[in-house]
Design a binder for this molecule. Structure first.
Ligand code: KG4
Ligand code: ZN
Length: 352
């Protein structure tokens, strides 16, 4: 059995967890910075890295203590190496390097997206997952459609050409005057709204497996915000500084937007799963917390659809430890010179 410590600081959660055998969570600590960033309507990078510095040692200590194992029992220390905000990533990576040096345990640099994929291995520890599976990762920074053929083996089928799905939720949330982050607040508003009131386009209805959400975002902006005249010397930015029209129903607009975005995700994911003979569809990332996405995917696919419990949809250390387990088992190790990789697409890891 392996015991792996996972550390995650790529964006706005300082998180650490201990995971047994890549599937059973022994502890899982998340210090969220949502309140810190809420007043800026988005993640403010300098504040994020400072908050990580303040929180990291307490969060990691707590995770190891809650697991009741002690550093000497760990097999390895897994840490998010990228993609993400450079200043935030550095806090976790430097802390993990220090721990690895102090304890003599191996270091494993993990791709954050691979972490999201492995959140599915944590949700039902007893269940066998048969490859190939179709994975849709939808978060604040990413929208990726992948065929996973084995542990560490990914074929990228498509992804967003512009905004990530969560980013679109957050931007539209801001236009509608909802608090940050937009996703859960739009979902709540949409439950009280009527999706048939506004007709927003479901963009990129083509043969590809790519997505595009900027057209949808612009359509919502045109419909719900007041157009303000350009001021000389000032860039007009209704996304950052929106003025909501007084006759707009926020709930109906939220429901109509969510319907269009979820529709696009479901249509292409279901088609890809069929075309590539996947055994099931796995949803991961912050947006996979969305109930409408879960329901529609299940209703429109003949295959089983799995998603993590809500606390494992958003960023956490357990998913990083779980991804670390499979790398550790494959004999992969990172050296202490390892640098952060703020841009890092998820491609196959060689598990020879
Ligand atoms: O995975 P995550 O915690 O961080 C990234 O790696 O980006 O995802 C955060 C994103 C945010 O954009 C947030 O608005 C979105 O996930 N989100 C949701 C929901 N809960 C979180 N979007 C739609 N519906 C939700 N219930
Ligand atoms: Zn994430």
């Amino acid at each position: 059995m392996t015991i792996i410590l996972g550390i995650e600081t790529s964006c706005d959660e300082t998180a650490a967890a201990v995971v047994m055998d890549g599937r059973v969570i022994a502890s899982n600590i998340v210090a969220s910075q949502i309140d810190l960033h809420a007043k800026y309507g988005g993640v403010f990078p300098e504040l994020a890295s400072r908050a990580h510095v303040e929180a990291i040692s307490g969060v990691v200590e707590q995770a190891v203590q809650d697991a009741g194992v002690g550093y000497d029992k760990l097999d390895a220390i897994a840490v998010t190496r990228g993609p993400g905000l450079v200043g935030s990533l550095l806090v976790g990576v430097n802390y993990a390097k220090g721990l690895a040096l102090a304890t003599g345990k191996p270091l494993l640099g993990i791709n954050h997206l691979e972490g999201h994929v492995y959140s599915l291995w944590l949700s039902e520890p007893q269940r066998e997952i048969r490859f190939p599976v179709l994975v849709l990762i939808v978060s604040g920074g990413h929208t990726e459609l992948l065929l996973m053929e084995d542990h560490g083996k990914y074929e990228r089928l498509g992804g967003t050409l512009d905004d990530a799905a969560g980013e679109a939720f957050d931007k539209v949330g801001r236009m509608l005057g909802l608090p940050f982050p937009g996703g859960p607040n739009i979902e709540r508003a949409a439950q009280m709204g009527n999706a048939a009131v506004y007709h927003f386009p479901r963009s990129k209805r083509d043969e590809s497996y790519d997505f595009s959400f900027s057209g949808l975002k612009t359509a919502v902006m045109r419909e719900v915000t007041v157009s303000q005249p350009n001021q000389p010397g000032k860039k007009r930015s209704p996304e950052k500084n929106p003025k909501l029209r007084s006759d707009v129903s926020v709930n109906d607009a939220a429901a109509s937007f969510q319907d269009a975005l979820v529709g696009a995700l479901v249509e292409k994911t279901v088609r890809a799963a069929k075309a590539y003979h996947a055994t099931e569809i796995l949803l991961a990332g912050g947006v996979s917390a969305n109930q409408m996405l879960r329901q529609r995917m299940r209703a429109e696919s003949e295959l089983p659809v799995r998603y993590p419990p809500l606390n494992l949809c958003t960023d956490n250390g357990a998913m990083i430890a779980a991804a670390g387990h499979y790398r550790y088992e494959a004999g992969l190790r990172s050296d202490l010179e390892m640098d952060v990789t703020p841009m890092w697409p998820l491609t196959s890891t060689s598990y020879e």
